[in-house]
Design a protein around this ligand. Structure first.
Ligand SMILES: [Zn+2]
Length: 181
């Protein structure tokens, strides 16, 4: 099923769809190829739980595939195993409910201090499978614990190359949050 991109998956800065792959700069809207959106948020407890996007991007399927190939074999296998174990028992939720709970831990996202949204898209449409989904801080930590030092080093480097937000936000963004899921 395809759905229109909703506000969960629009660029926080101007509320419009992401237009280009962060890595290769190809237009994800006109190319017609599938792509992924990831948006990483933190909650601002001092501001009644409002959220702030730390990092957000679109990545074309080819670049996402290349990135996954650069993870260590051990990291890849453990992450795939974790997802397979957790998704086996999951029912697919409706498109709107699908980001209310962490895909991996079931934690309500409104109780997570950090969380990420993930979507699989084509042009200006969301593809509904187990995407779109959300991962909570606890879920991200669980994934982070599976990463090898080699993979963490690679992700840190990737953050250095692509993080373009305000420097004061860079410290909040842990490299392990950037794992391509
Ligand atoms: Zn690309």
């Amino acid at each position: 099923m395809l759905y229109p991109l909703d506000s969960r998956f629009l660029d926080a800065e101007d509320g419009t769809p992401f237009e280009r792959c962060m890595v290769c700069d190809k237009s994800v809207i006109t190319s017609g190829e599938d792509y992924f959106i990831e948006r990483i948020f933190r909650r601002l407890p001092e501001n009644e739980g409002a959220t702030e996007a730390l990092f957000e991007y679109a990545m074309c399927a080819r670049c996402a595939d290349d990135l996954r190939k650069k993870l260590s074999e051990a990291s890849k296998v453990s992450i795939e195993q974790l997802f397979t174990d957790r998704l086996n028992s999951k029912q697919m939720l409706g498109i709107e409910e699908s980001t209310k709970y962490c895909l991996l831990t079931g934690k309500p996202i409104d109780q997570a201090l950090e969380f990420s949204y993930h979507a699989h898209c084509n042009r200006d449409r969301l593809i509904h499978s187990f995407f779109p989904y959300a991962i909570s801080d606890d879920g991200m930590d669980e994934i982070g614990a599976l990463l090898s030092d080699e993979t963490l080093g690679f992700l840190d480097d990737f953050k250095g190359r692509h993080f373009s937000g305000p420097p004061e936000l860079a410290d909040f963004l842990k490299p392990k949050r950037l794992i391509p899921l």
